[in-house]
Design a protein around this ligand. Structure first.
Ligand code: CUA
Length: 157
């Protein structure tokens, strides 16, 4: 096969740019200590109902200023359906899914968790003001996706 001289130059240029590009990406990733997304524990999605804390989902007080809320997401709702937590305390949301990917998105806050079967997702949040907060699923999860919502009641302790 005969390659024209210019064709060879362009091929070489392409290969070299690729090497330079991948080297830059690789070196900066190492230099900045990038790692795959962490903070996700693993759970057997078929044994969620037997695995703590999801065997007894709901609100638990951990200490004076910290609460954990374990919630199971499934098509098309959350268990427990109704959650009551105090304002001004740290609330650690701990979620998993028993079927497909959902989300746990609390309107008007920065809480926007992806809920993945086989994984446990945590998010800590402190509600400043009491009130009712709407929670929606923003990952399309099936025909009932748009019905998938719940409410968190935040009370003044
Ligand atoms: Cu669950 Cu959309």
């Amino acid at each position: 096969m005969h390659l024209h001289r210019y064709e060879k130059i362009w091929l070489l240029f392409g290969v070299l740019s690729l090497i330079v590009f991948l080297s830059i990406v690789g070196i900066t990733a190492f230099a900045h200590g990038h790692t795959p997304a962490g903070g996700m524990d693993i759970i057997d999605p078929e044994k969620v109902n037997e695995t703590a804390p999801f065997n007894d989902p709901g609100v638990k007080q951990i200490d004076k200023d910290t609460y954990e809320v374990a919630i199971v997401a499934q098509t098309f709702g959350y268990n427990p359906a109704k959650v009551k937590v105090p304002a001004g305390k740290e609330i650690i949301f701990t979620l998993t899914s028993v079927d497909v990917v959902h989300s746990f998105t609390i309107e008007g806050t920065k809480v926007n968790m992806m809920v993945v079967p086989g994984r446990i997702t945590h998010k800590s949040y402190t509600f400043d003001k009491p009130g009712n907060y709407l929670v929606i699923c923003n990952e399309y999860c099936g025909t009932g996706h748009h019905f998938m919502q719940t409410e968190i009641e935040v009370y003044q302790p």
